[in-house]
Design a binder for this molecule. Structure first.
Ligand code: 4NP
Length: 157
C-alpha cells in the first residue's frame, strides 16, 4: 500500500506540522509506506518554520518538527493526497469549498473523527495559548495519529 496523507490547519505552523511530525515518526517506526505532508488554508506563514513553542513541545516529547516549512493548501492537493485531515470545522469549510468534485470532497475529514470516544471534534488552536495548551495539542495529536494508523492497518490487513 502507498498512501498519501495531508494534515491541514490555518497557519501550518502549530497544529498541522505537529500532526505531520507525529504521523511521519509513527509510520517510519512501523515501516509503513505512507507519505505525510501538511499545509495551511491561509498564506500568512508560507516558507516559515513551525512556531518556536510547537517546535519546543515536539522536541521535549521526542518528535522533531524544526525541518518543516509552511505552505498553503492548493487544489492540486486533492490530486496529490488520499486523505486530507483537517484540525477544525473552519479548516473543513475552507478546504471543502475548493474541492473540484465528489471524490475530492470524500477525502476531507476532521482528524479527531479518529478519536470518536473522546468528546472533542476540533484540535484547539494553541497560537494564543500557554505552554500547557501546546502540550495538550501534542497529546491529542499523538492519540489521533495513533488511532489513524490503527484504522489504516485494519483496512489494509
Ligand atoms: P495553526 O495556528 O493553524 O495551528 O498553525 C495558527 C498559527 C498562526 C495564526 C493562526 C493560527 N495566525 O493567525 O497567524
Amino acid at each position: 500500500m502507498s498512501i498519501r496523507v495531508l494534515m491541514v490547519c490555518l497557519g501550518n505552523i502549530c497544529r498541522s506540522p505537529m500532526a505531520d511530525g507525529l504521523l511521519r515518526q509513527k509510520v517510519a517506526n512501523l515501516q509503513l509506506n505512507v507519505a505525510v505532508d501538511s499545509a495551511g488554508t491561509a498564506n500568512y506563514h508560507v516558507g516559515a518554520a513551525p512556531d518556536k513553542r510547537m517546535i519546543k513541545t515536539g522536541s521535549q516529547n521526542g518528535t522533531p518538527i524544526d525541518f518543516l516549512r509552511a505552505r498553503q493548501f492548493t487544489r492540486q492537493d486533492f490530486h496529490d493526497f488520499d486523505y486530507i485531515l483537517v484540525m477544525d470545522h473552519s479548516n473543513y469549510r475552507n478546504v471543502f469549498a475548493l474541492a473540484p468534485d465528489e471524490n475530492a470532497k470524500s477525502k476531507v475529514q476532521l482528524l479527531l473523527n479518529y478519536l470518536p470516544e473522546e468528546n472533542i471534534e476540533e484540535v484547539p488552536d494553541p497560537y494564543y495559548g500557554t505552554a500547557a495548551d501546546f502540550q495538550y495539542v501534542y497529546d491529542l495529536l499523538d492519540r489521533a495519529t495513533a488511532a489513524f494508523i490503527s484504522q489504516l492497518q485494519k483496512q489494509t490487513n
